[in-house]
Design a protein around this ligand. Structure first.
Ligand SMILES: Nc1ncnc2c1ncn2[C@@H]1O[C@H](COP(=O)(O)OP(=O)(O)OP(=O)(O)O)[C@@H](O)[C@H]1O
Ligand SMILES: [Mg+2]
Length: 261
């Protein structure tokens, strides 16, 4: 079976600054991949290239085995209609949830299916209710974002992305803007999706979460994947000095307690 996502030699430069220097990555269906790396290493740029919020400078992106765009003389050319269709297949959750303030929680979740997918009213309602319930906020359907806590707003933003029924969900530091006491509910929601088999690529600094939820952890350094492996391989027994330095700077990470009978 083809991987949901395959990156081949992905490069991205901004003027003279080369941010991504050749990323190769496959994400299998149902796989949960956590992407770690220091500030400025290119994590957000990588996610933004995957849904074409930024255009790659070079390299190829495949979804379900199909190349996005058309290759001519070694360069990939993209058509806006194809990118629009593709963006609907990739769910994205940001640090800033950016809900529409003049719409209720339910209307926020229904908006993508209504305007982008042009689902009929019944289907929009079904998706709205289904995905708000999935994040545990069916009871807040008629509340406006201003009346929701930050954690609840972020869960609505997750429901909004899920309502498009995307093939992969990308999370860019989804809990970084939240007060510490609200982080847990959002991580629990994400963990639930992982357990259900959603394919996810997650940028986070929550190493405990990465340890328990990820199938694979990648460490990005200066635009390259420096190291990758199981959570235990990367987080407990890192091989590369760059990974070790990064983990040393995240002193709050605690391993699960040893299980002794
Ligand atoms: N639109 C842009 N124009 C110019 N430079 C940019 C742009 N977006 C990102 N960069 C630069 O690309 C580099 C990587 O940025 P990116 O946001 O991908 O890092 P990051 O790993 O997500 O960092 P953080 O952990 O702080 O979010 C940085 O040097 C940044 O200044
Ligand atoms: Mg970032």
């Amino acid at each position: 079976m083809s991987p949901v996502l395959r990156l081949e030699g992905l490069h991205k430069s901004f003027d003279n600054l080369e941010v991504l220097k050749g990323i190769d990555l496959e994400v299998a269906r149902g796989e949960v991949v956590v992407l770690l790396g220091a500030s400025g290493s290119g994590k957000s740029t990588m996610l933004r290239c995957i849904n074409f919020m930024e255009m790659p400078t070079a390299g190829r992106i495949h979804f379900d085995g199909d190349l996005v765009g058309r290759e001519r003389n070694g360069r990939v050319q993209y058509k806006e209609e194809e990118l629009t269709r593709l963006r609907a297949r990739v769910g994205m959750v940001f640090q800033q949830f950016n809900l529409f303030p003049h719409m209720t929680a339910l209307q926020n979740v229904m908006e993508g299916p209504r305007t982008v997918l042009r689902c009929d009213a019944r289907e929009c309602q079904r998706r709205g209710e289904t995905y708000l319930n999935k994040v545990g906020l069916g009871w807040k359907a008629n509340d406006y974002p201003a009346r929701l806590s930050g954690g609840q707003q972020q869960r609505v933003a997750i429901a909004r992305a899920l309502a498009m029924e995307p093939e992969i969900m990308l999370f860019d530091e989804a809990t970084s803007a939240l007060d510490p006491e609200l982080v847990g509910e959002v991580l629990e929601t994400m963990k639930g999706l992982a357990e259900e088999g959603k394919t996810m690529l997650i940028v986070t600094h929550e190493l405990g979460f990465a340890y328990t939820v990820a199938d694979r952890v990648l460490f990005l350094s200066e635009g390259r994947i420096l190291e990758q492996g199981t959570p235990s391989e990367v987080l407990t027994y890192p091989k590369q000095q760059g990974t070790k330095n990064f983990l040393r700077g995240h002193g709050t990470f605690r391993l699960p307690e040893p299980q002794i009978d």
